[in-house]
Design a protein around this ligand. Structure first.
Ligand code: KIV
Length: 264
C-alpha cells in the first residue's frame, strides 16, 4: 500500500470516496489490516477494555498507548496511524503537547482527543507544534462518568446544535479529522456536510466520510456482547482476511453500516 496521508483523506472526502478504518494494538493484526487495504488505524484507549479487561478506558496511560503505537507502526508502515490521548493526558495545552510528543515519537501520525469547543486552545497548541489532531465528539468514552453510562449522544435538538458548533470550532482551531461516536445518523450526516475535514463515524450512520470499528467486534471476540453499530464479519466469512476485506468493501460501497447498525 502507498503511504496514506491526511491529504489523501481530504481528497477522498472531496471525491465522495468512503473509507474503512479500524482499531489495532499489535504488529500482526496491523500488518494484516494494511495488507487488506485499511488506510487508517487507531491505537484506541479501548485497549483498556478489550486488552486489559477493564470496564472503561480511564486507567489507560500514555506509556501504554505509546507501547502499542510502536507495535502497530512496526506492522503497518504505510497506514495513517492515529493514537488516542488517554484520560487526563491533555487536561492543559502544555500537558497535551508533552503527551502528544511521546505518541508521535512512538510512530503516530495524528493524535485523537475527546471533547468539544473547550478543547480549541489545545487543538491549536498541538497543530501549531506540528501534531495533527482528530477531535472525537458524541459518545466520548472518557466522559462515561459524566454521561452515566455509554449512551447515544445528540438526541435532543439543543445537544445536536451544540455538537455542530463544537465540530466547527474544532475545525477552526485546526482539527484535521472529526470522529463521531454513537450519534443519530441525521446529525452525523449534517456534521459531515458542514465541516470541510473528513468525518469518521462509529454508530453514526452511513453519512460520514469514513467508518471505524473496534477490531475485536468485527472478529466477534467479545463473546457475549456485540454493539448494535458493529458487525461480526468473521461469522459471515469464516476467515480473518476475508472478514477484513468484506468490511473494507462494504464501507467503500456504502453497504455498511445498514439501518440495523444505525441510531435515529
Ligand atoms: O478507543 C477507541 O477504540 C475509540 C474508537 C471506539 C473510536 O475511540
Amino acid at each position: 500500500m502507498k503511504k496514506v496521508t491526511i491529504t489523501d483523506l481530504m481528497a477522498w472526502k472531496k471525491e465522495g470516496r468512503k473509507f474503512a478504518t479500524i482499531t489495532a494494538y499489535d504488529a500482526s493484526f496491523a500488518g494484516l489490516f494494511e495488507e487488506q487495504g485499511i488506510p487508517v488505524i487507531l491505537v484506541g484507549d479501548s485497549l483498556g477494555m478489550v486488552l486489559q479487561g477493564k470496564s472503561d478506558t480511564l486507567s489507560v496511560t500514555v506509556e501504554e498507548i505509546a507501547y502499542h503505537t510502536r507495535s502497530v507502526r512496526a506492522g503497518s508502515p504505510n497506514t495513517l496511524l492515529m493514537a488516542d490521548m488517554p484520560f487526563m493526558s491533555y487536561s492543559t495545552p502544555e500537558k497535551a503537547c508533552e503527551s502528544a510528543a511521546e505518541l508521535m515519537r512512538a510512530g503516530a501520525n495524528m493524535v485523537k482527543i475527546e471533547g468539544g469547543a473547550w478543547l480549541a486552545d489545545t487543538v491549536t497548541a498541538l497543530t501549531e507544534r506540528a501534531v495533527p489532531v482528530c477531535a472525537h465528539l458524541g459518545l466520548t468514552p472518557q466522559s462515561v462518568n459524566i454521561f452515566g453510562g455509554f449512551r447515544v449522544q445528540g438526541r435532543d435538538a439543543d445537544k445536536a446544535e451544540q455538537m455542530v458548533k463544537d465540530a466547527l470550532a474544532l475545525e477552526k482551531a485546526g482539527a484535521q479529522v472529526i470522529l463521531l461516536e454513537c450519534v443519530p445518523a441525521t446529525l452525523a450526516a449534517r456534521i459531515a456536510e458542514t465541516v470541510s475535514v473528513p468525518v469518521i463515524g462509529i454508530g453514526a450512520g452511513k453519512g460520514t466520510d469514513g467508518q471505524i470499528l473496534v477490531m475485536h467486534d468485527i472478529l466477534g471476540i467479545s463473546a457475549n456482547y456485540i454493539p448494535k453499530f458493529s458487525k461480526n464479519y468473521l461469522a459471515e466469512t469464516g476467515d480473518i482476511r476475508k472478514a477484513v476485506a468484506q468490511y473494507v468493501s462494504d464501507v467503500e460501497s456504502g453497504t455498511f453500516p445498514g439501518p440495523e447498525h444505525t441510531f435515529n
